[in-house]
Design a protein around this ligand. Structure first.
Ligand SMILES: [Zn+2]
Length: 380
C-alpha cells in the first residue's frame, strides 16, 4: 500500500511556501526491470520522488534544504534543461544537471535514468533514447572507479542502456569472461545479448531471466553458458566472405542465433555471389542486387562498409573481399530497388565513384563502381 500526505514546505531557494505531496510509505511487489526500474506500486509514484518549487523551479529531494551553489549558478544549470521533455522527465533532468555540476555521478545517473523512464511512460521514444545515451556515458565513466557489488550493478545497468539505445555492437563485445562477474550478472548479460540479437530493444523485467536460486547458502554458483554473441560479429563478417564455404557456415551459425529475417540480407548476398560466380563485377556485369536491395538493413550495410578502403589504395594490394564489398555497395546505393532512406546512408551518394581498370587478359579496360570509406567524407 502507498500512503501519500500533503505538506506545506518553505522553499530554501526563494523563500515561498508551496503544497508538496510526500510519500510516506510504498511497496514494490515484483522484481524490477533489467534497469532496476521498480515494479508497481512504487513504479507509478515517480511524480513524488522529487519536489519542485512552483514559484522558482528549484528541484530537490527536499526543497527545504538549500542547494550547494549560488543562485546564478543554479539558474544557469537549469537553463541547460530541455523544455520539450514531458513534465516529470524535465524535473528529473534538472536534478541530473544539478548532480552533474556537483560531481555526484551516481546521483546524475539515477536522475537521467528516471527522466528516461518518465519519457517511456509518455511514449516519447526520442527523448527517452537521448536521456539513456547521456546516462550510459556517465555509467561508463563511473564503472572505471567502482568495485565489487557496485561495479556489478552498474555493469548490469550499462548492458540494458546499450540495448535500449540499440548499441548492439558494444553490447556484443561486453566481456562475459571477466572474472569480476558473478553468476547473476553474467546470466543477465547473456540475456541482454540474446534480446539485442533478436532486435528487441524494449523494457524487460528481471523476472524473465531464469536465475537459479542458490541451493545452499555457502554454494557459490557459477554461470557456465556459452557466450555465442561474442563471436556473432565474426559470423557477420564471415557471412559476407568471398569464400562460399565460410559464408555457408556463418549463415548457419547466425540462423541458430537469431530470427532468420534479420539474416535475410546475408542470405540474399550469398545468393547474388553464387549467381555471379566467375564473372568480374564490372559495370557491364553487375551483381543481381534486386532482392538484396529490398532486404538491406543498417547492420548489413555497416558490415559491408567495414571492408571499404580508400580509392588511392585500390591499385595497390586490395583484397578480393574489399573489391566485392565495395562494388556491392556501389550497386546497392545506385539500385532503383533500394528504399530511399538508405540511399543517403552515411552520405553514400557523395562517396560513390567509377574507376577504369585494365583487363589483365586483353587490351581492354572496364569500369567498376566503387565507394570511398565513410570516415574520409564524414570527418570534419
Ligand atoms: Zn522556490
Amino acid at each position: 500500500m502507498s500512503t501519500i500526505e500533503n505538506v506545506t514546505v518553505k522553499c530554501a531557494f526563494c523563500g515561498k511556501n508551496s503544497e508538496q505531496a510526500k510519500m510516506m510509505s510504498v511497496s514494490a511487489f515484483d522484481e524490477p526491470d533489467l534497469d532496476f526500474r521498480p515494479s508497481e506500486m512504487l513504479r507509478s509514484t515517480m511524480g513524488l520522488w522529487l519536489m519542485e518549487c512552483p514559484h522558482c523551479g528549484y528541484v530537490a529531494d527536499d526543497i527545504r534544504k538549500r542547494p550547494h551553489m549560488k543562485k546564478e549558478t543554479l539558474l544557469r544549470i537549469y537553463g541547460g534543461a530541455d523544455a520539450d521533455l514531458p513534465v516529470i522527465a524535465l524535473i528529473f533532468q534538472k536534478r541530473a544537471l544539478y548532480c552533474e555540476h556537483t560531481k555526484d555521478t551516481s546521483g546524475a545517473i539515477r536522475a537521467y535514468l528516471c527522466a528516461a523512464w518518465a519519457c517511456d511512460d509518455e511514449e516519447d521514444h526520442t527523448h527517452a533514447k537521448m536521456l539513456r545515451i547521456k546516462c550510459l556515458e556517465l555509467t561508463q565513466c563511473y564503472l572505471k572507479r567502482c568495485w565489487c557489488r557496485k561495479w556489478r550493478r552498474y555493469t548490469q545497468l550499462a548492458a540494458d542502456l546499450l540495448r535500449r539505445t540499440e548499441n548492439i555492437e558494444t553490447l556484443r563485445k561486453m566481456d562475459t569472461n571477466d572474472k569480476r562477474l558473478d553468476y547473476a550478472t553474467r546470466e543477465l548479460l547473456l540475456f541482454q545479448k540474446g534480446l539485442a540479437e533478436k532486435g528487441d530493444f524494449s523494457a524487460h523485467s528481471r523476472i524473465e531471466v531464469d536465475l537459479n536460486p542458490y541451493d545452499d547458502f555457502f554454494e557459490k554458483r557459477i554461470s557456465t553458458k556459452t557466450d555465442h554473441w561474442l563471436c556473432s560479429e565474426e559470423y557477420l563478417k564471415q557471412a559476407v566472405s568471398v569464400n562460399d564455404d565460410i559464408r555457408e557456415k556463418a549463415l548457419e551459425a547466425l540462423d541458430a542465433l537469431r530470427p532468420r529475417e534479420l539474416n535475410l540480407p546475408y542470405h540474399e548476398f550469398d545468393g547474388a555471389l553464387l549467381l555471379h560466380r566467375g564473372i568480374p563485377p564490372d559495370e557491364e556485369h553487375p551483381y543481381r542486387t534486386r532482392d538484396l536491395a529490398k532486404a538491406v538493413n543498417q547492420e548489413f550495410l555497416n558490415v559491408l562498409e567495414t571492408f571499404v578502403v580508400p580509392g588511392n589504395s585500390i591499385r595497390e594490394a586490395v583484397t578480393q573481399q574489399s573489391k566485392v564489398c565495395m562494388t556491392m555497395l556501389y550497386q546497392l546505393y545506385t539500385s532503383p530497388y533500394l528504399a530511399d532512406n538508405w540511399k543517403d546512408y552515411a552520405d553514400a551518394r557523395q562517396r560513390l565513384y567509377l574507376m577504369r581498370v585494365d583487363d589483365p587478359f586483353s587490351d581492354d579496360s572496364y569500369l567498376i563502381g566503387l565507394v570511398e570509406p565513410r570516415a574520409s567524407k564524414t570527418a570534419p
